[in-house]
Design a protein around this ligand. Structure first.
Ligand code: NAD
Length: 278
């Protein structure tokens, strides 16, 4: 029977640990503040933003909400971020993506000070990760490392295949696995013989953005399978990039969707907020 990796329980454990750390920091007179900027009122973004606010509340982090009109100009948004960069009592700045089409996301990400870049998207944060220096790490990949470690899964020396090369998941995931001494392959839409490549993996991480694409045919017997995808299926139920029922009999451990990688992203965001003050 494969081990089902419980992301809900692991993220709850991390949040409890962070709550204790924040209480200690408070006792030393240090209070953490996170500025959360949302532009427009896209319903999915509102759900994410509310979940982040709730997590802040639970842990004891002050969240400062900036709910901005969809029509705000890029210049105005840049000015707001520059002001927040200067504020000593703001430790982290988070801009909920996606932004409206008239605002250049890259420019906004680059405007956030790397010292307050709790999402880990700034080119300086990504560069620091690549060369093994201190900096904020993108939350979803960082959460996957925690899932593996806290489930007792060894990474060093293992063959790891990451499917997907996006800047926020696939690439940082590959670099983090390399940092943990795995032998890493990053597969993508132009990879030839994807099934054979995936079958090499002791640890297979699917961040491909295609519902249930990864079936048992992609999985080596006894592999660990991590599913980053989030989709709604034809019955409006959540599913991942991995065909769970088909893959389960072949693997030694697997993350479910929901309740696997998803809950870890916010936990790691909270972790980055705590690190921002330390
Ligand atoms: P993306 O669309 O930016 O990247 C997908 C990647 O998959 C691309 O690099 C592409 O080269 C590769 N790809 C596409 N089709 C392929 C194919 N047929 N064969 C091989 N490779 C292929 O997506 P993303 O932002 O990296 O997100 C990936 C998935 O993870 C999505 O389902 C997204 O919703 C989910 N996600 C979940 C969380 C979370 O917290 N759980 C966070 C971020 C993203």
């Amino acid at each position: 029977m494969a081990q089902v990796i419980d992301g809900k329980a692991i993220s709850a454990q991390i949040k409890e640990e962070l709550k204790e750390k924040v209480a200690k920091l408070k006792a030393e007179g240090k209070e953490i503040s996170l500025a959360v900027i949302q532009v427009g009122n896209d319903p999915a973004s509102s759900v994410y933003v509310n979940n982040k606010k709730k997590a802040c509340e639970f842990i004891g982090i002050r969240s400062l909400a900036y709910e901005l009109e969809e029509s705000i100009s890029e210049k105005e948004l840049v000015e707001l971020i520059e002001q927040l960069n200067e504020k000593e009592d703001v430790h982290g700045i988070l801009v909920q993506l996606p932004l409206p089409a008239h605002i250049d996301e890259d420019k906004i990400i680059k405007t956030i000070s790397p010292l307050k870049d709790v999402d880990g998207f700034h080119p300086q944060s990504v560069g620091a990760l690549c060369i093994g220096q201190k900096g904020f790490v993108s939350c979803t990949p960082a959460g996957i490392i925690q899932l593996l470690k806290r489930s007792g899964i060894e990474i060093a020396g293992k063959e790891c295949v990451v499917i997907g090369r996006s800047n926020i998941v696939g690439k940082p995931m590959g670099i983090l696995m390399l940092r943990e001494n795995a032998t890493v392959t990053i597969a993508h839409s132009k990879t030839k013989n994807l099934k054979e490549v995936c079958k090499r993996a002791d640890i297979l991480i699917a961040a491909v953005g295609k519902p249930k694409m990864i079936t048992g045919e992609y999985v080596k017997e006894g592999a660990v399978v991590i599913d980053v995808g989030i989709h709604r299926n034809e019955n409006n139920k959540l599913c991942g990039d991995v065909d769970y029922e088909d893959v389960y009999p072949h693997c030694s451990a697997i993350t479910p969707v929901p309740g696997g990688v998803g809950p870890m992203t916010i936990a790691m965001l909270m972790n980055n907020c705590v690190e921002s003050v330390q």
